[in-house]
Design a protein around this ligand. Structure first.
Ligand SMILES: [Zn+2]
Length: 295
């Protein structure tokens, strides 16, 4: 299993990271989790291509997790030329409405794809890519999911559980992926709960949002709905994860000094491997565990 760190940032853009997106390559499949800002471009820069993705799982609808949806969906549609396996999207409500409002018949990008369907030059490009006219409008099969949902395909199992993040305004999900190459927990934005720890118990690798230093978050009111250093360490310990990956980190965890301090805090509570997810990097599980940046 190979995890591509496409987006490992927050809503604040920095030269190193912006928004959230991971692509998990396993059993010959490419599973995409979240579609944060510039995910499509960053994916291509990392050596992947949107047409390779056939399943997209969304944690929640904050813009740092879905802002690149129109770009990804339209690019995949355009480059596939009707020759790809249809894209299936899983996510909490109102995922279907969001996708419809972007690429649907009355969606924001109607003028784009309607022109591509009808413009003679665009039709030629489509045919030269291997497409057969008449061209079909963009489409995505969206399934709205919630706690208890499980999807199985080709030896893979993906399951979902609600997390505590921004209720009642947003439903937020975490995912667990069980594969022949090992198991992976993906917690987007959330504060730790016993239910999520139970759900993730025994995973080989736990990827979690880690906003900042716990004591500062507790003092400045940013701990509600979010995970800090000690929360992350405790979740790693409680779940028994072998590797703890910290992502979606705030600015204070971006510096070398900040990370060293964070690791020192976390190591007091968690004995496994600690990694900061770096955009453009990868992590291998099940074959080689040196793909990231071990602490
Ligand atoms: Zn969020």
């Amino acid at each position: 299993m190979k995890i591509h760190w496409i987006g490992t940032g927050t809503p604040t853009p920095t030269p190193q990271r912006f928004g959230t997106c991971y692509v998990v390559e396993v059993c010959g499949r490419f599973l995409m989790f979240d579609c944060g800002p510039a995910a499509t471009f960053k994916m291509v820069r990392a050596g992947l291509f949107p047409t390779q993705i056939h399943r997209l799982f969304l944690t929640h609808h904050h813009f740092d997790h879905i802002a690149d949806l129109p770009c990804f969906l339209l690019t995949r549609w355009d480059q596939c030329a009707d020759r790809c396996e249809p894209l299936k999207i899983f996510g909490p409500a109102p995922a279907r409405e969001i996708v419809e409002k972007l690429i649907g018949a009355q969606g924001a990008f109607l003028c784009d794809w309607n022109a591509r369907l009808n413009d003679p030059g665009s039709k030629s490009v489509f045919e030269n890519r291997g497409g057969v006219l008449p061209r079909k409008p963009p489409a995505a099969d969206v399934e709205e999911i919630d706690s208890g949902w499980v999807w199985r395909e080709g030896g893979l199992s993906v399951s979902a559980i609600r997390t505590v993040h921004a209720e009642p305004w947003l439903i937020t999900l975490a995912y667990r992926l069980d594969t022949p190459d090992g198991s992976l927990g993906l917690i987007g934005d959330a504060e730790p709960t016993a239910a999520v720890c139970d759900f993730m118990r025994g995973v080989d690798c736990l990827i979690t949002h880690c906003w900042g230093f716990q004591d500062e978050m507790d003092a400045n009111g940013e701990d509600d709905g979010q995970t800090g250093t000690i929360d992350a360490a405790q979740m790693g310990s409680d779940t028994g994860a072998g590797t703890l990956v910290l992502s979606h980190c705030g600015g204070e965890l971006a510096s070398v000094e900040g990370r060293a301090q964070a690791i020192a805090q976390i190591q007091k509570h968690f004995a496994g491997e600690i990694i900061f997810a770096e955009e453009g990097g990868t992590l291998l599980l099940g074959e080689d565990k040196n793909g990231g940046q071990p602490a």
